[in-house]
Write a protein that binds this ligand. Structure first.
Ligand code: FES
Length: 562
């Protein structure tokens, strides 16, 4: 059992040798090899979680960001010590980063706990890195501030402004429909991601950055500055200074996070028309912080919050437009009457005090709209219940086709994302009326990949069909769009109703009434249940541990023992 030390600075969390003074002496000796003397070691120590990786293009300039954070820490009288953790990139990680979010959270928590530091700066950005870091740091329970890589700048192709990944998907759909040639799609793939940084539409990374600022866990204006800008580095320097202040005042996450701060985050999520993935992440964060939060809180708050931000996929703009319009401080100024202004932030000030210094959205811009003249109606996100999802499902209504939000159609079932590879087979006879079902893609079944927005079959897209109702226990990318019902809970792999659907069963979606139903006689479903057996799970390693302990989506898909 390790010796416990409640000291501060370099004497915190001493290595266990059975002699505490020896442990301190050894620590000082080894740090001297890195050029630190006793005067250095008297300063508050700020750990910096560095998720630079050649496999993470979204974090390409993170080494420069680490240096900027270090400068801020030194300016404020602290001692910065950076350390690496797992880094997850959406596109370069198989089968899905979600399978490793909780692993990164454990890595972050345990390394914060195991090493001496009085506060920590979390440098993340690409989708799962931010929720993973927040989950780990909340559980570690020391003061922290979050910094994100910031979005990419937009690219351009033949006069079209392009952004990852809504335009990636839109143009790929056109390529599949035969409207774009092989040569053109090759040019496009070189133009989609113009700089380092995270996807620059209101996908998961952008939404997660925004709700982190709304939670009070980031310096003001920290969410939106693009990766490539000096302003991104300025936010890094400020965050370094902020971390020293957090350490000196021992301002703990438990003092900042409250039910009020989570409600603020949900209001911002709804006003952004943000990613449905963030619902799962916020549920997991609330659980880590021991704050009661349920899917119904999202529906209740979204139902009274209009869409205010014009960003793809719910709108037309990009993150750099939101940044130029004033970013999150100006958006929250517009939402001021809907927010809990007494919620505390990492700065030590309340959200209300911060917003007193912010001007309302300028009339010179069109990205941040007002409550009086919103971009879209309320309920950009909706939570569904019904016989197909007794514990809930979600839909991004702002990115769905209005005519399909009330729809009844026959099911066509795919057993897994791999099985869905046959979607282009004309023998399946898929029509625009069908409801495509994808199962065994939930947290236990497959680690919950972003496979829920199944492609429209080629032969239908060639006829101009752009959307079909899709239902799954998977997630979808925040950059995707369509009438896609996600996160069906309980999932098929644990025997949820999705497991019992057969081809031709009638499915009814009614978003206005928040219903998603399988119109099959309960006695017939019971007979099918007797025939059902769970799919096999991984035999060893992390995948086995994950499958045995991961919670359902409506509980945040965290591990049950964390
Ligand atoms: Fe990193 Fe989109 S791939 S944010």
């Amino acid at each position: 059992m390790a010796e416990m030390d409640e000291g501060s600075g370099i004497e915190r969390h001493l290595t266990s040798y059975g002699d505490r003074e020896f442990s301190k002496y050894m620590r000082r000796a080894f740090l001297a090899s890195a050029g630190f003397d006793r005067q250095d070691l008297q300063r508050p120590i700020v750990g910096i979680v560095d998720t630079s990786s050649d496999y993470n293009t979204c974090h390409r300039q993170m080494p420069e960001m680490v240096q900027a954070v270090k400068r801020g820490v030194l300016e404020a009288g602290g001692l910065p010590l950076a350390f690496p953790t797992i880094s997850l990139h959406e596109i370069l990680t198989a089968p899905t980063t979600m399978l490793f979010r909780n692993l990164e959270a454990m890595d972050t928590e345990e390394m914060i706990r195991a090493q001496p530091m009085d506060a920590v700066v979390l440098l993340g950005g690409c989708d799962k890195t931010v929720p993973a870091q927040l989950m780990g740091a909340i559980s570690a329970g020391i003061p922290f501030v979050s910094v994100v890589a910031g979005p990419m700048l937009t690219g351009s192709w033949r006069g079209q402004r392009l952004g990852a990944c809504t335009d990636c998907r839109r143009l790929w759909a056109q390529y599949r429909a035969g409207e774009i040639s092989h040569e053109e799609i090759r040019e496009i793939e070189q133009a989609l991601c113009a700089t380092g940084g995270t996807c620059m539409v209101m996908g998961t990374a952008s939404t997660m950055a925004a709700v982190t600022e709304a939670l009070g866990l980031m310096v003001p204006g920290g969410a939106a500055p693009p990766h490539a800008t000096g302003e991104r580095l300025i936010r890094c320097v400020e965050s370094g200074r902020c971390a020293v202040d957090l350490a000196r005042n021992n301002r703990l996450p438990s003092q900042i996070l409250s039910r009020k701060s989570f409600e603020n985050a949900i209001t911002v999520l709804a006003a952004l028309g943000g990613s449905t993935n963030v619902i799962v992440h916020l549920l997991a964060l609330a659980r880590r912080a021991s704050i009661e939060l349920s899917l119904d809180d999202f529906d209740r708050i979204a139902a009274k919050t209009p869409l205010l931000v014009d960003c793809k996929p719910a709108g037309c703009g990009y993150m750099e437009d939101l940044h130029k319009a004033g970013g999150l401080p100006v958006l929250m100024k517009e939402l001021e009457s809907r927010l809990h202004l007494d919620a505390l932030t990492v700065t030590g000030k309340t959200l209300g005090a911060l917003l007193e210094e912010v001007e309302r959205a300028g009339k010179w811009q069109t990205t941040i709209r007002t409550l009086a003249e919103p971009l879209g109606p309320v309920a950009s996100l909706a939570v569904l219940h019904g016989s197909l999802c007794p514990d809930g499902a979600v839909i991004k209504a702002a990115a769905a086709t209005p005519e399909l939000m009330k729809h009844r159609g026959p099911a066509l079932v795919f057993e897994s994302p791999e099985d869905a590879q046959r979607i282009d087979d004309p023998a399946l006879g898929i029509t625009p009326d069908h409801v495509l079902i994808l199962r065994n893609s939930g947290p236990v079944g497959a680690g919950m990949p972003e496979a829920g927005s199944l492609p429209i079959p080629k032969y239908l897209s060639a006829q101009g069909v752009r959307d079909i109702v899709r239902v799954s226990d998977a997630r979808m990318s925040g950059t995707a769009y369509g009438t896609v019902c996600l996160h069906c809970s309980p999932e098929a792999a644990v025997g949820g109703p999705l497991a019992l659907v057969q081809n031709g069963d009638m499915i009814e979606l009614n978003v206005e009434e928040r219903r998603l139903d399988l119109l099959v006689d309960p006695a017939e479903l019971e007979a099918r249940r007797l025939q059902w057996s769970p799919p096999p799970t991984a035999p060893r390693g992390w995948l086995k541990l994950h499958a045995e302990h991961v919670l359902q989506a409506h509980l945040g898909a965290d591990l049950d023992f964390l």
